[in-house]
Design a protein around this ligand. Structure first.
Ligand code: ADP
Ligand code: ASP
Ligand code: MG
Length: 439
């Protein structure tokens, strides 16, 4: 089986949804098709949740009405027959009845997650109706029946695999199954999600759970580009990436992939293709076990980074000092991205600052602590063999004028990371594009 995931822009307009139907019926290979919400919907749902959380009922009512009007127009353009249109209106009515209820009951985080789940629930139902109207044999596979996270909020792959395999037996003979990306149930059995952009993660988890032959991520661009196309004008698609390279890029800000979406595919060596719904025949990017090049492949940047420096002339070289520092981050479940050390200080970066104050308070018992917010990690990804000289030189030449706060090199052969203030991001990506790719 193949797993094909279509993102928000790929299903965001009726004509795009129809193009998706064409793509998934180009061959007879059995498929699980994962859909995101229509583009804009999840943002609208986040905003409705925020209005409800701050008790702005009128604002929430207005936004809900706006969203409903959007779906009504969408349905009329998507479906042609009165029968399917009225089925679709009935479905939408049920979801918007739920939104009306949210206006009347007290708000809490579980309700908010339920609100966020409505986008994928609606997009998959509407798409399935369209397929039925077009005479295409397809069935809806509810993600909430098998996609599950554990107490840590992490997907439980073994359980997902067991539940999904069991579930698929109910669909014997169906070669097109449509399911929701992003949404899941948590260990308490409540509706939850895999974080923004999580439909990629859903696709990869399903791929791993059923040992799919291939995972295809269909989006609005022809693959992973060598630099962030939102920031830099001249970029090009990369034909091949290794799992490690793709994981680094996703983790360090390449929005085309959810940060965690590579490991499930990598675990079972399932190739991942990044493809463009607007140009279905473009080659895109193939992510697989290994690639043959040993060069710089791509750049990415991750914002919202906090750098923390602990200075302690007394203790740094003492046995166990680093452990004490790491234990504090572990205690507050805060992952560290970059780390550099000198004889008198350790610098680390984090991107989750929920527990920052408590972390600083505890670190202060070990030494003097300095904190810089608003930093960006610029990540250069490729396959860097130590013998290949010159890459670091080129990076330094490119960033001659940019103040660099930290550098991490040698941790893996796939990544050189640099930390700078957010204000330097655009310039750094452009300059690196010139020096590393001649663009
Ligand atoms: P979808 O809705 O299909 O999930 P996303 O918006 O999440 O799509 O991801 C695709 C977008 O990722 C592209 O339109 C592009 O702007 C952005 N992007 C950021 N970095 C890269 C990169 N290195 N290569 C390709 N796209 C990138
Ligand atoms: N709809 C969700 C989001 O916008 C998940 C996704 O599109 O991947 O974040
Ligand atoms: Mg996405």
């Amino acid at each position: 089986m193949q797993v094909l995931k279509f993102g928000g822009t790929s299903v965001g307009k009726p004509e795009r949804m129809k193009a998706v139907a064409e793509i998934i019926t180009r061959n007879d290979e059995p498929k699980i098709v994962v859909l995101s919400a229509l583009s804009g919907t999840t943002n609208a749902l986040v905003s409705i949740g925020q209005a409800l959380a701050s008790d702005k009922k009128e604002e929430a009512t207005r936004q809900i009405a706006e969203l409903k009007a959007h779906y009504e127009v969408f349905i009329k353009a998507l479906l042609a027959t009165d029968e399917k249109r009225s089925e679709a209106f009935e479905i939408i009515k049920e979801h918007f009845e739920f939104f009306s209820i949210t206006l009347k009951i007290s708000f809490n985080e579980a309700l908010n997650r339920d609100i966020l789940a409505q986008g994928e629930l609606m997009s998959t139902k509407l798409f399935t109706l369209y397929l039925q109207e077009a005479g295409i044999n397809a069935a809806l596979l509810p993600a909430l029946d098998f996609m599950r996270t554990n107490e840590e909020g992490e997907p439980n792959l073994e359980r997902i695999s067991a539940d999904l395999t069991k579930k698929l037996k109910d669909f014997k003979g169906a070669s097109l199954l449509i399911t929701q990306g992003f949404i899941c149930k948590n260990y308490r059995g409540e509706i939850d999600n895999l974080q923004r952009g999580g439909s990629d993660y859903t696709a990869s988890l399903i791929g791993a759970a059923i040992n799919a032959s291939e995972i295809q991520i269909w989006t609005d661009i022809d693959g992973m580009h060598n630099n962030d196309p939102r920031v830099v004008d001249k970029t090009f698609p990369i034909a091949e990436l290794s799992f490690d390279e793709a994981a680094e890029l996703a983790y360090f800000g390449a929005k085309i992939l959810h940060p965690a979406s590579i490991w499930p595919a990598q675990k079972y060596s399932i190739p991942v293709k990044l493809l463009n719904t607007m140009q279905p025949d473009a080659k895109g990017t193939v992510i697989s076990k290994s690639t043959n090049s040993d060069d710089v492949k791509a750049l990415a940047a991750k914002d919202g980074i906090t750098a923390i420096k602990v200075k302690s002339s007394r203790m740094l070289l003492a046995y166990g000092f680093l452990r004490k520092i790491f234990e504090i981050f572990e205690k507050y479940k805060t992952p560290i991205d970059m780390i550099t050390t000198s004889e008198v200080a350790v610098s680390v970066t984090i991107d989750e600052d929920e527990h920052l104050e408590k972390i600083i308070a505890e670190l202060s018992q070990l030494g003097q602590v300095e904190v810089d917010n608003g930093q960006t990690i610029i990540c250069v990804v490729g396959n860097f063999v130590a013998e290949r000289k010159g890459i670091v030189n080129k990076i330094f030449d490119a960033l001659e004028e940019v103040p660099i706060r930290m550098i991490s090199y040698g941790g893996s052969r796939h990544n050189i990371s640099l930390l700078t203030d957010r204000v330097n991001k655009e310039n750094s990506l452009k300059k690196l594009n010139e020096h590393l790719f001649g663009l």
